[in-house]
Write a protein that binds this ligand. Structure first.
Ligand SMILES: [Zn+2]
Length: 132
């Protein structure tokens, strides 16, 4: 039995342990497409090497002009093949990914300027905005 919203991927890319999943980002995933690659906002499509599940990888950075401690956020959202194709083709805008979190678990890595670092699974729509 699966919990609602967890019917994607495998134990390696979508398991309960957020730390383990996040720690696999470098070696456990193939980087398929860079959809956006700006200096403060990057969105790519990545694929789990174990099960081929595709994910949107959304990175946002907000420059901390006063303290130099830039805030950065990563959201990792599983995609259906159709969604991944649309995101790659440009028919699904990166800024429109947030509503897909409804009823679908996604991983957040939050590193606000004032801390603390937080890594957690969440379910529900989430904001997507370009950093600066
Ligand atoms: Zn997987």
């Amino acid at each position: 039995m699966h919990e609602p919203g967890t019917e994607f991927g495998c134990a390696s890319c979508y398991g309960e342990d957020a730390q383990a999943v996040y720690g696999r980002q470098r070696e456990g995933f193939a980087h398929e497409t860079a959809v956006v690659a700006d200096s403060h906002f990057a969105v790519s499509v990545r694929r789990c090497l174990a099960c081929r599940q595709r994910f949107a990888w959304i990175w946002t950075e907000f420059t901390d002009w006063s303290g130099g401690d830039d805030a950065s956020y990563v959201t990792i959202l599983p995609l259906t093949d159709a969604e991944a194709a649309a995101l790659t083709a440009g028919t699904l805008a990166p800024l429109d990914l947030g509503p897909l979190g409804e009823g679908r678990r996604h991983l957040h890595s939050d590193r606000p300027s004032s801390g603390p670092f937080r890594l957690h699974w969440d379910t529900g729509p989430f904001p997507v905005q370009e950093g600066h």
